[in-house]
Write a protein that binds this ligand. Sequence first.
Ligand code: GLN
Ligand code: ZN
Length: 784
Amino acid sequence: RLHKLPFRFNTPRFSLPSFSIRAMTSHIVGYPRMGAKRELKFALESFWEGKSSTVDLKQVAADLRASIWKQMAEVGIKFIPSNTFSYYDHVLDTTAMLGAVPPRYGWNGGEIGFDVYFSMARGNASVPAMEMTKWFDTNYHYIVPELGPDVKFSYASHKAVEEYKEAKALGIDTVPVLLGPLSYILLSKPAKGVDKSFSLLSLTEKIVPVYKEVVAELKAAGATWIQIDEPILVMDLEALQLQTFTNAYSELASSFSGLNVLIETYFADVPVQTYKALTSLKSVAGFGFDLVRGTRTLNLLKSGFPPDKYLFAGVVDGRNIWADDLAASLCILEVLESIVGKEKVVVSTSCSLLHTAVDLVNETKLDKEIKSWLAFAAQKVVEVNALAKALVGKKDQAFFASNATSHASRRSSPRVRNAFVRKAVAALKDSDHRRATSVTARLVAQQKKLNLPILPTTTIGSFPQTGELRKVRREYKSKKISEFDYVNAMKEEISKVVKLQEELGIDVLVHGEPERNDMVEYFGEQLSGFAFTVNGWVQSYGSRCVKPPIIYGDVSRPRAMTVFWSSTAQSMTRRPMKGMLTGPVTILNWSFVRNDQERHETCYQIALAIKDEVEDLERAGISVIQIDEAALREGLPLRKSEQPFYLEWAVQSFQITNCGVKDTTQIHTHMCYSNFNDIINSIISMGADVITIENSRSDEKLLSVFQEGVKYEAGIGPGVYDIHSPRIPSTEEIADRINKMLAVLDSKVLWVNPDCGLKTRKYSEVEPALRNMVAAAKLIRTKL
Ligand code: GLN
Ligand code: ZN
């Protein structure tokens, strides 16, 4: 499959020109698995629904792998990865490789097949799935290994070797990629019921023998290089963890002989101590570092690099969609050569390309100028190779020139800069964005206006999104129905949702968000500075992908975005109607962001746009406004040293959106996680009047924050039931939950609400669940 770039070159790796004095070396850390048109997604889902066979699924997968390998080979990449494909998740693949299947999946040994594998990933009729969590600070989710002292590790999935052989049969010698033992162990959690004194680290020496078997088999199959990913090395490791790393690799050393091993790190620079430990490993041939997110990587390298090792220099950004600044990268590579020696620099991506979109050629609707600024995975492969060639004196002048032109166009394009927005952001500096009065005083003022019962009930915003609703939105977008018809359909839906909430006796209502496809896209589409792709999918988990908007320019709000819907909804009821917005940090964290400006600058711009919206809502008579910050926590930098700065601007951005409202306007926020014990002070300093949080899956954890005596004076609504499950909670169960919360929280601040938005549920689940929720609140009110 060829990729039409303006100046593509096509150098089969099998026939590198022999006049080259130095061989150019290029490497790709990993590649998206889903396919440019999400072929794997559709194949998986059809297989799961029983509509296609194992053979069909395997064929789609093999075709995808082959096309990726061939593409890289055609471009000229020297180190082409294999085993970066996965049917669901590469951490789960490692669990399968190590035979670490939790007993409840009933595996009886032997090679792990789809049955056991997909049961772990998705659950089956009798057993729920394993837990899923975010992969570092990305939006990719991995299946968390569950390990205990009794796990009997064994080599139970030969996928890495099979894929290596598969590529070889196609004439392509690849670098098999394994997730390393330390990362695997530290990404795991102790299995349920395991003694508290159990240490996961102690299992490292038990899994190393399996790694040895795998490595030996890869070597026997003909592999000359293998890549071991140890991204955990970028975290702040404890001394014992680092020692375990060193021990594990010295144990592995014997199996590395006769083989070149690359240890790959990504997503940040590695701490100094770790860098020392890592680069003192004698048995490996090369080290890979992130030079994009790893802002201190260059300094580390300058401080010293072992003379006989290869440096895999991750200069091309694997986390974003921008065309690389080739001239700038070439400069860095030349500096690196001067440090580690010519011949020793291998040009690479900053991390796996899994985290970027697949192929720009499929973007048929993107504005031409913006498109010229972008590079997706397929284009990044070409960039890596172009840099590697340039480094050995075979610079493709035309390719570099066109790259320089697109960068110049991006720098000078009037659509990127908006003087008015820049002035407004500059004016924010040094001012205090907190609301003037204390939250306690504000709550009193709000209560006078809202007159809510104790333990007020509310929901998080969305109501079930029916197929009918999606169809109406789709038809309106494609101009199949008129604006008039669309607005009427939405009004009808809102009226239905309002009536239902009134009938249920909910205190603070929502309009149900029927007009929104996605909480970020909806706002991005109405803000300036955003672009949207048609196929820019990125894997989120399993077969699920997201299509993040691209923020390419200064953000502004040409006109009100939600006021019409919220005031229409308010006009249908005498109860307070919550206005519903997505917060700036969440919009930022769920988009591809600019790389020509600091993240916080972009965030402040979004904050100002949302601020305008908040104030327009207030003027339109909306006195409760919820600003969702579902993704605030996931933007937290991996390294502790960088967290305070992030939290500072993230909190400020939220404050900016609502610091100008009256005391009587009640600001809510919502968060999709409860694991914020470590950032609770930042959450408090956001200054929301009411915060609703996901909680139903981790009661104790959340409540322990308050037991520990954190001073919390604002309203708080820890979700009383799990909306991620179709189960309908009983009144007693919800009442029990509320009582537990009352043991640590003052009844004056407690709100009663579900965990999160209801859009993925059915009305047949939502109605009875909310009915029970209101009944539980009423029951407890009578007892207070
Ligand atoms: N208001 C949004 C909803 O209810 C919030 C979704 C979220 O937190 N992810 O759908
Ligand atoms: Zn949520």
